[in-house]
Design a protein around this ligand. Structure first.
Ligand code: FAD
Ligand code: 2MC
Length: 398
């Protein structure tokens, strides 16, 4: 695995200190959650790309598998705001594994919110416990940003839909148990898309090779596999349709509004721990006869990093509240939060690496991994260019 803390690294026990006043969620995560923040071990020397299903099951036992799903089927029933705190805290341990948990949560919510009761009863309890894992399938080879034009088809044949087509870059693909697939059942464009659940055991479902992120991307997200998901006359019962025919695009987008907050929260956690580790490093590393924290340039750098982090956190929290309260401007707010937090927090991680000097570039220190793992957050769940598109459309609409 690229970086997954062991049991000893993660202390999720409640703090003994019950006397602290209720905090403002806008500022420090420590204050907000009132519990100690898990710190990443600084010694990381292996890169085995293990998808840590055992760790995921433990996360499920703690209620993190269906954090914002309803409780009647085993969801944890938390708000988007609560969930964003959870993803921020977890991503300080391993950003990549947390990002997978956040995608799994997005899928669980789509099933919980839009699927019929039979599908909810079947899948939510297992997804909540993370005994079964879910993947989100929208992107295709020729349609990434232009998701309204996807081509994977689903044709009615008796009591089944027959799916044909290929999805690419699917997080967890091949290792997960259920696929939330957007496919075309009708006219061209967004209105002809339907959301269908595909069980891993469905006949006609196949997977591409695991993408070689180390050589292909070189960057991060190595603790979760990414594969193509291929449908070759893949047979799925009609009862697996989620929501109404033709509503699939809107369901996909509504899932992504929350996903965009979650992935931004993962960037927050990485940046938070990068800042913390940098503060600790500057206090002990000596150059020119003084510890580095004595140099004003570096003090100011810390101030800039902390400011970027707090502003990112504030916009993520605001967007989460906008979803919790169904504000009319929730789509541009989620888009602003995603692009701002993922870009600014990546800069914080990069500055943290710079302030560690040459050591920051070594795998012995955690910073380089935070930088690698957060880079892709500017691309997936809607590129940051698409986020700007959504915001400017809102501004320009009368
Ligand atoms: P393109 O859409 O081809 O874009 C290329 C560039 O052009 C980008 O910079 C883009 O912003 C820009 N661009 C495109 N159109 C415009 C425009 N109109 N104006 C300005 N700029 C524009 N997808 C899933 O469905 N499920 C997953 O689980 C999943 N996991 C992923 C995991 C990883 C590690 C990666 C790398 C990707 C994953 N994706 C997943 C796919 C991801 O969502 C897409 O890569 C992303 O949406 C961009 O699509 P694309 O790669 O086809 O780029
Ligand atoms: N929330 C709710 N509704 C939305 C929405 C959102 N975020 N985005 C679009 N819609 C609605 C929109 O309001 C419209 O509704 P109506 O028909 O009532 O007017 C409908 O959906 C169609 O939208 P558009 O007319 O805006 O469609 P268009 O094709 O012009 O653009 C675009 C859509 C570019 C915004 C969309 O295709 C998009 O978000 N692309 C990015 C794709 C993406 O995010 N992929 C991520 C894959 S998952 C991943 O990477 C993981 C790691 C899991």
């Amino acid at each position: 695995q690229d970086n997954v803390g062991s049991d000893e690294d993660i202390d999720l026990e409640e703090s003994d200190d019950d006397d602290l006043e209720a905090p403002s969620f806008l500022f420090s995560l420590e204050e907000a959650s009132n519990r100690p923040i898990p710190r990443t071990p600084t010694k990381i020397t292996h890169l085995d790309e293990i998808f840590p299903k055992d760790v995921l099951k433990k996360a499920g036992q703690l209620g993190f598998g269906a954090a914002y799903c309803r409780e009647d089927c085993g969801g944890t029933g938390l708000s988007r705001l609560d969930s964003s705190l959870i993803f921020e805290a977890l991503s300080q341990g391993c950003t990549s594994t947390t990002a997978f948990i956040s995608i799994h949560n997005m899928c669980a919510w789509m099933i919980d919110e839009f699927a019929n009761d039979d599908l909810r009863q079947k899948w939510i309890p297992q997804l909540a416990g993370m005994e079964k894992l879910a993947s989100y399938c929208l992107t295709e080879p020729d349609n990434g940003s232009d998701a309204g034009n996807i081509k994977t088809s689903a044709k009615l044949h008796g009591d089944n839909y027959i799916l044909n087509g290929t999805k690419v870059f699917i997080s967890g693909g091949g290792d997960t148990d259920v696929y939330v697939v957007m496919c075309r059942t009708g006219e061209a464009g967004p209105k002809g898309i339907t959301c269908i659940l595909v069980d891993k055991e469905s006949p006609g479902l196949a997977f591409g090779q695991k993408e070689k992120k180390v050589s292909l991307f070189q960057l991060g997200w190595n603790s979760q596999p990414t594969r193509s998901v291929i449908f070759e006359d893949c047979q799925v019962p009609v009862s697996n349709v989620v929501g109404n025919l033709g509503d699939g695009f809107k369901i996909a987008m509504r899932g992504l509004n929350g996903g965009r907050i979650n992935v931004g929260s993962c960037s927050l956690g990485a940046a938070q721990n990068s800042l913390q580790l940098t503060r600790d490093y500057l206090k002990v590393r000596k150059q020119f006869g003084k510890t580095l924290d004595n140099f004003q340039y570096l003090q100011f750098k810390l101030a800039e990093m902390a400011t970027k982090l707090v502003v990112s956190r504030n916009i993520i929290r605001t967007a989460a509240i906008s979803l919790d309260n169904n504000w009319p401007n929730k789509v541009p707010l989620c888009s602003m939060a995603k692009f701002f937090a993922t870009e600014e927090c990546s800069k914080v991680c990069n500055d943290a690496l710079q302030l560690h000097g040459g050591y920051g570039y070594l795998k012995d220190y955690a910073i380089e991994q935070y930088l690698r793992d957060t880079r892709v957050h500017q691309i997936l769940e809607g590129t940051n260019e698409v986020m700007r598109m959504l915001i400017s459309r809102d501004i320009l609409t009368d």
